[in-house]
Design a protein around this ligand. Structure first.
Ligand SMILES: Cc1cc2nc3c(=O)[nH]c(=O)nc-3n(C[C@H](O)[C@H](O)[C@H](O)COP(=O)(O)OP(=O)(O)OC[C@H]3O[C@@H](n4cnc5c(N)ncnc54)[C@H](O)[C@@H]3O)c2cc1C
Length: 355
């Protein structure tokens, strides 16, 4: 049995960021991941997620600014480019382009409000019907490369990293927590739970959580007929309906809504044919620069709170780090810093606090 300052449960994007942040603050760290690097059972697999400043909520616009600076720092420390700034476009009435452009400009983002003719000229592969916000800071981050980099930096700083090591139970007492694995037990003063869709079951009876809904989402990969340029796209006719982004030679299209409610252990990894039909119909209608035949597809988990805010707070020896709600990837290195602040005893961001 070893004694450590901080144990981390889960090495998806969130837990990997926590491992980097906490270990570079000089803490002794052990991080446990139930599966191998890059596994496809959680929320962080694949090579592309959207980074954008473009939110309609001032809190998230501010946080994306902090996250963007940390992505640059992570890239420098890792010696590789983890975030590629393609620029991003938001369109559709639910994205409130005029209000969004004004909000971004207020926060110092050099966002542009374009009419549809100018947007069509710049991005002929995309159809627009109304005004468009261009966010020049938007881009594509690489989750698998980022996780590998953060875990490598944490290990270089002395963190013990254990893949294929599920934590079977957490047993708190007056001094800390005992973590039970199949091969033995560990003792830690603080445990950061970054277990994505498994967070609810793991913390059941230990920390009262808000309702966390796990849904199985699906994404579809299309060939690009139009050489581009291709920005990231968020399109909301009635809500944040569709997101799309370059991933390798493909353009990936997903629905932010409509995922089937499930659990992390019961989900079936099966793509819903109705979702495939909706993605194809969307590509035909709105992305004329794509060949509207999906070349590939996969499923992925969202773990969402009712208002899509994150949960980042501490109760006793447990720091809860549930940073998904379908939009957590872009905040990854900031989530690590915020969790490390909680480990250090600092207060949570009010909106992310446990009630
Ligand atoms: C299809 C899809 C598209 C997305 N697109 C975007 C986007 O464009 N932009 C954006 O910002 N965000 C996006 N997101 C959200 C983003 O990917 C997530 O916020 C992020 O990946 C969540 O990471 P996580 O570490 O919280 O969860 P996970 O990646 O699921 O990591 C949790 C880890 O904990 C491990 N674990 C669980 N229980 C245990 C245990 N008992 N012991 C040890 N290990 C355990 C699991 O194996 C898992 O690896 C998207 C998500 C999906 C699914």
């Amino acid at each position: 049995m070893d004694d450590i300052d901080v144990a981390i449960v889960g090495l998806g994007l969130a837990g990997s960021a926590v491992a980097w942040a906490v270990s570079r603050r000089g803490r002794s760290v052990a991080a446990f991941e139930a599966y191998g690097p890059g596994h496809r059972r959680g929320s962080s697999h694949g090579r592309a997620r959207i980074f954008r400043r473009a939110y309609l909520d001032p809190l998230y616009v501010e946080l994306t600014g902090r996250a963007g600076r940390l992505w640059e720092e992570l890239g420098e420390q890792a010696g590789e480019r983890l975030l590629t700034r393609t620029g991003g476009v938001d369109h559709g009435p639910a994205r409130e382009p005029e209000r969004m452009a004004a909000l971004l400009q207020e926060h110092g983002v050099a966002a542009e409000l374009l009419d549809r003719a100018e947007a069509a000229r710049r991005w002929p592969g995309i159809r627009f019907e109304g005004p468009v916000v261009f966010d020049p800071e938007g881009g594509v981050l690489d989750p698998e490369a980022a996780m590998a980099a953060m875990v490598r930096l944490a290990a270089d700083a002395g963190a013990h990293v254990a893949y294929d090591t599920p934590i079977r139970a957490l047993k708190p007492d007056a001094e800390g927590v005992t973590l039970i694995t199949d091969s033995g037990t560990w003792r830690a003063r603080t445990v950061v739970v970054a277990a994505g869709g498994w967070t609810g079951p793991l913390l059941d009876g230990l920390v009262p959580l808000p309702p966390l809904t796990v849904t199985q989402q699906q994404v579809f990969f299309f060939d690009r007929k139009d050489p581009g340029p291709w920005p990231t796209v968020v399109h909301g006719e009635t809500s944040l309906d569709i997101y799309a982004l370059p991933e390798g030679s493909y353009f990936k299209v997903g629905e932010h809504v409509n995922g089937a409610v499930t659990t992390a252990d019961d989900r079936d990894f099966t793509v819903d044919p109705a979702a495939r039909e909706r993605a194809v119909a969307y590509a035909r209608a709105w992305l004329p620069g794509l060949d509207p035949v999906p070349r590939s597809e996969l499923t992925c988990l969202y773990t969402s709170t009712p208002n899509e805010d994150f949960v980042l707070d501490r109760r006793g020896p447990f720091v809860v780090c549930s940073a998904c709600s379908g939009h957590g990837a872009k905040f990854t290195p900031l989530i690590g810093e915020l969790a490390a602040d909680l480990v250090d005893g600092r207060p949570p961001i009010g909106r992310f606090a446990l009630r």
